[in-house]
Design a protein around this ligand. Sequence first.
Ligand code: FAD
Length: 321
Amino acid sequence: MTKKVLVLGEVREGALRNVSFEAIAAGKKVSGGGEVVGLLVGDAVQSLGNEMISYGADRVVTVEHPHLKTYTSDGYSQAFMAVYEQEKPDAVVFGHTALGKDLSPKIASKLQSGLVSDVTSIDGEGDSAVFVRPIFSGKAFEKVKIKDGINFFTIRPNNIEPLAKEEGKTGDVQSVSAEITNLRTVIKEVVRKSTEGVDLSEAKVIVAGGRGVKSEEGFEPLKELANVLGGAVGASRGACDADYCDYSLQIGQTGKVVTPDLYIAAGISGAIQHLAGMSNSKIIVAINKDPEANIFKVADYGIVGDLFEVIPMLTEEFKKL
Ligand code: FAD
């Protein structure tokens, strides 16, 4: 049986996040040849509708309201429910992002439905779709099949390939009105820490530093390499605890979970809690002075050496490409 799948597009600072396009690709598989409907929620999102269509959504519905400019679970739940009542989808896809992790369980429980979270791949299509998700901090994978009810699931960024973009494709973008009332929280202003460069959770390349980086200044060569590779800088908790960098860079069990194409770990020992956040990266390069460091057990390429010598050498070589 084919399914109607609703896919939430995530908007940040006026642009769609990449995970939205990955979610459309996931929605296509789950639909089994049915319909994929994009959903955009915000204060001015109508203009982004056609971008979802160019990535494979069959049509898009939008809910716009001044109180939806910034995410609140109350406001987004009300917007979602208005669309849900109109569309009655068989399945719903969210990104496994801060927003998706907050909103999806709330709505799934309201609709008395199950939720498969943190999906990294989908085997099969339509009714026979099987969702694969890591468990025990990535040490094992669980395969989940939903027998009945609405299928809610969240997909981990950077794991499901988006469909090829059809440049210039346009389609049906329809606005749905929703009453956004009795909000317990109204966000007046968001003050962001200055975020330079690429978003860590969506980065294709991450250069991460640990306590071996030794100081805040020690991160400079890592930033330079990340710049040359068009990537982001990450860190172990060891480096964050030592105040060498901000906690927003922390990767691991209690930090961000990332799956870039290339993860360069410099001066990181490879504690189990760190591996929980990065061991599913496609290629791992470890740089460590200690040949016995645990990080080498998960590395595809290991360089035994001083990161302050190795990183600048890599940067110079990559600059030549
Ligand atoms: P260290 O273990 O001190 O390793 C530093 C490494 O740098 C060493 O291997 C050393 O050989 C190498 N080195 C030193 N100088 C150089 C140099 N010049 N060149 C090359 N290599 C050099 N950790 C996380 O990362 N993320 C988490 O989310 C996380 N969550 C946790 C949750 C809990 C409940 C607990 C208990 C711990 C958690 N930790 C987490 C902490 C974790 O256990 C480790 O303490 C931490 O990851 C160690 O950080 P590190 O590898 O940078 O430091």
